[in-house]
Design a protein around this ligand. Structure first.
Ligand code: ADP
Ligand code: ZN
Length: 743
């Protein structure tokens, strides 16, 4: 704790970063401003780097973190004094260096990054103390007027550790006034204690499951990294169902045994009910969860417990990386290839890459787990920067499912139907065997487009370059980019024709309708982010599927990851071409990863599984690679194509997105930026071009794409470039280093 200390004269005497005796310091507020500002330290107050302080900023009182020595860019007579130091554990040096690093890499202001590390303002207040009561053993009971309730309370406290009032009253049946009277008489003492951590210590005595030889070898390798206690990055590369989770539980245990903290990043934490149960079983405690669904009070307690080190196991979404760890010893990134790790708003960063950086700064190991590692990670393995441990077999008797391709051009479904005759036959067989099936279609809603058959009018979002998606269950048309909603109309707003509006293409709701008509006797359930919105719903779904209360699951990508249903033997991918349509840099890779994940849901128990891919392009190399189960061949072709074009992981990419509410202003700004675009060897700037989503949430958008050779200092280049142009405040320029979204 570093509450106000007496001044010793030389404020930063023991910090080599502060060679001068400074009465001025710099403080970074968690705001997207230029950077830290200089402040004076009032007489009698001592502060150290990392301290949370209260400062005047403009006319407001702000909180910030002492960032270091004063910058000296403002005369000290013009500086204002800090108000005081907050009674919070100071922010660790490594966390501050991490903030600086992320800011430099993503080109987001330091304060915007700091804000992610200070996301719970309440946590900076001193925790409210609680009171406990205990017997005063020196008190002479003879002087006390004894009543039966007083007697009960005294006897109870005599045989128990200090207790909170509520427990005393409940156990003894006495009223609050009895306790109060005993305190006043001096028979009972009131103790003020800091509230205990809401997180229990993990139980390290729970035995691990019997690991196979292959699993043991992998687990030992990862545990060795933890024992080394220095930076390393290891890819845990194992096919779906090979037991990656069981394996990385071992290094987690090893780090906990060293008394360190561990964070596991998961792409869809709110839906990871099954995973969390395994976690509880293995470590005997509730982990500290960190994601957007966690309530405010819990966030506050969690933030504090991470800062004081009492939360030992943290499981979270990408933002968990920015928590102020007391002593982090290991980071695990599960499903490291997932694009959900890329944050696209505010500070634009990729949590997997930042996790590696955080581990590097902290001198600790990081484990990246995946069945379909990203090409970036594989390239790092090739280059020797990352190590790799492999799991090539499914656990137990399970084997990878066989994959069949159905060409929908010859094996045609009926009009406005999407299940081919062959897939239908397979589904019938599966249900007849008492097994379960899943139909995968990565499209929410009923139909992705609504068309007027009389005039050709298409329903479009007023705020975005996007069609409105019909959600028949709610009677609404919705934009999946901005959330705009309109009531589904009966007449065409363009030509007034009645009853001419037609849904085009399938969404899961429409597929459900088809399945219900095709298989009237089986139990069907739809799972999308529209109805499985949190941990409760996900747990409930898992329970129903496990208990075989569901025969057929229909769902989007939320079903693709992590789930383990032993009786699920058939997976039908309704439109395997869907992800390939976009045609961006990573479309093939992403599609390959998603289809592999989906396919990986089949045949995880004793019964072998089958995956059926419905496609209109059976010669496509993604489809062929999935069918052949040949990941290496696919990656090789993909990598060589990227190499030809100098694309990541061989070259570097960045994007600029210029946006604003007035189209002409955006165009003007984009044109001016384009005029001073950098040129040079190993560098190519494309744009300005309208973004594929040229209108998003009411903002017009133009894009630049910058491709550079590995050696080019991308951030410095963009910094120089943008400093040459002045653009109006109404136009926003976002920099996206290593873009994953090309919309
Ligand atoms: P992955 O993450 O590689 O897809 P999981 O860790 O989910 O694989 O393991 C698949 C299933 O096999 C899970 O139900 C898991 O509990 C089980 N399993 C894996 N290894 C073992 C083991 N050594 N002993 C018992 N069960 C295991
Ligand atoms: Zn929209």
């Amino acid at each position: 704790m570093s509450a106000a200390k007496a001044t010793s004269g030389n404020l930063f005497a023991d910090d080599p970063a502060f060679q001068v005796t400074a009465q001025t310091i710099s403080v970074l507020p968690p705001l997207p401003l230029a950077g830290p500002y200089d402040y004076l330290v009032p007489e009698g107050l001592s502060v150290a780097p990392g301290d949370f302080v209260e400062i005047p900023l403009g006319r407001q009182t702000q909180r910030g973190v002492v960032w270091g020595q004063a910058k000296g860019d403002v005369e000290s007579s013009k500086l204002r004094e800090i108000y005081g130091v907050l009674p919070t554990e100071p922010m660790a040096d490594v966390t501050r260096r991490f903030v600086d690093w992320v800011s430099a890499y993503t080109m987001a202001p330091q304060g915007a990054v700091l804000r992610m590390a200070m996301s719970v303002p309440d946590a900076l207040e001193a925790p409210k103390p609680i009171f406990r009561f205990t017997l005063n053993r020196d008190f002479d009971a003879a002087s006390l007027r004894m009543t039966p309730p007083r007697k009960r309370v005294l006897e109870f406290l005599g045989t128990h550790p200090p207790m909170e009032q509520g427990d005393i009253l409940r156990e003894t049946g006495a009223g609050a006034s009895v306790v109060k009277g005993l305190v006043e008489a001096g028979a009972v003492q009131r103790l003020m204690v800091t509230p205990p951590s809401p997180f229990d210590l993990p139980d390290l005595s729970i035995p691990r499951p019997d690991l196979s030889d292959e699993q043991t070898e992998a687990a030992d390798a990862l545990c060795a990294r933890v024992e080394e206690g220095s930076f390393s990055c290891t890819l845990l590369d194992g096919i779906t169902g090979s037991g990656k989770t069981e394996v990385y539980f071992e290094p987690i245990r090893a780090a906990l045994a060293q008394g360190k903290q561990v964070v596991v990043l998961l792409p869809e934490i709110a839906l990871s009910a099954q995973w969390l149960q395994r976690f509880r079983d293995r470590f005997g405690v509730e982990p500290a969860l960190w994601h957007s669904e966690v309530g405010q009070a819990r966030r506050r307690d969690t933030w504090r417990a991470v800062a004081d080190g009492s939360a030992r196991l943290v499981v979270g979404a990408r933002s968990a990386l920015f928590l102020p760890y007391h002593d982090l010893g290991l980071i695990v990134v599960d499903e490291e290839h997932e694009h959900a790790f890329k944050q696209e708003d505010g500070v634009i960063y990729h949590a997997r890459d930042m996790a590696v950086t955080r581990a590097h700064l902290g001198g600790i190991p990081v484990v990246l787990a995946s069945a379909t590692p990203s090409l970036e990670t594989l390239a790092n393995v090739e280059a020797g920067r990352y190590q790799r441990v492999e799991l090539g077999n499914r656990h137990g008797v399970a084997v990878l499912p066989s994959v069949e391709i159905i060409d929908i051009r010859s094996d045609k479904p009926e009009r406005n139907r999407w299940i081919t005759p062959t897939l239908k036959k397979r589904l019938v067989e599966t249900f007849a065997n008492g097994e379960q099936a899943m139909l995968f279609l990565n499209r929410r809603g009923y139909a992705p487009l609504t068309l007027c058959r009389a005039c050709g009018h298409r329903f479009q979002c007023p705020n975005c370059t996007a069609w409105l998606v019909e959600h028949r269950a709610w009677g609404k048309l919705q934009c999946h980019h901005c959330g705009y909603q309109a009531k589904a109309p009966d007449t065409c707003p363009e030509c007034g024709a009645e009853g001419k509006l037609a849904p085009c293409g399938p969404g899961v709701e429409r597929l459900f309708e088809e399945a219900v008509e095709t298989f009237p006797d089986i139990r069907i359930e739809v799972a999308t982010s529209d109805n499985i919105m949190g941990p409760k719903a996900a747990t409930e779904l898992v329970r129903r599927v496990h208990n075989h209360e569901v025969d057929l699951l229909i769902g989007t990508q939320i079903l693709a990851k992590g789930y383990h249903f032993p009786m699920l033997t058939l997976v039908g991918v309704v439109d395997a071409d869907l992800g390939l349509a976009g045609g961006d840099l990573r479309a093939a890779e992403r599609s390959y990863q998603l289809l592999t994940q989906v396919a990986g849901r089949a045949g995880r128990g004793d019964r072998p599984g089958t995956v059926i891919l419905q496609t209109a392009d059976p010669a496509n190399r993604v489809i062929k690679a999935i069918a052949a189960g040949d990941r290496d061949a696919f990656n090789e072709v993909e990598l060589s194509q990227r190499m030809t074009h100098g694309m990541p992981p061989h070259g570097r990419l960045a994007a600029l997105i210029i946006s604003g509410k007035k189209e002409n202003e955006v165009d003007e700004a984009a044109w001016r930026i384009g005029r001073v675009a950098p040129r040079g060897d190993g560098l190519m700037v494309l744009g300005p071009a309208p973004a594929p989503l040229s209108l998003l949430r009411g903002r017009y958008r133009r894009r630049f794409l910058i491709r550079a050779d590995k050696g080019v200092k991308m951030q410095a280049l963009i910094h120089d470039w943008l400093s040459k142009v002045k653009t109006p405040g109404s136009v926003r320029i976002q920099v996206d280093i290593d873009p994953y979204s090309f919309m």
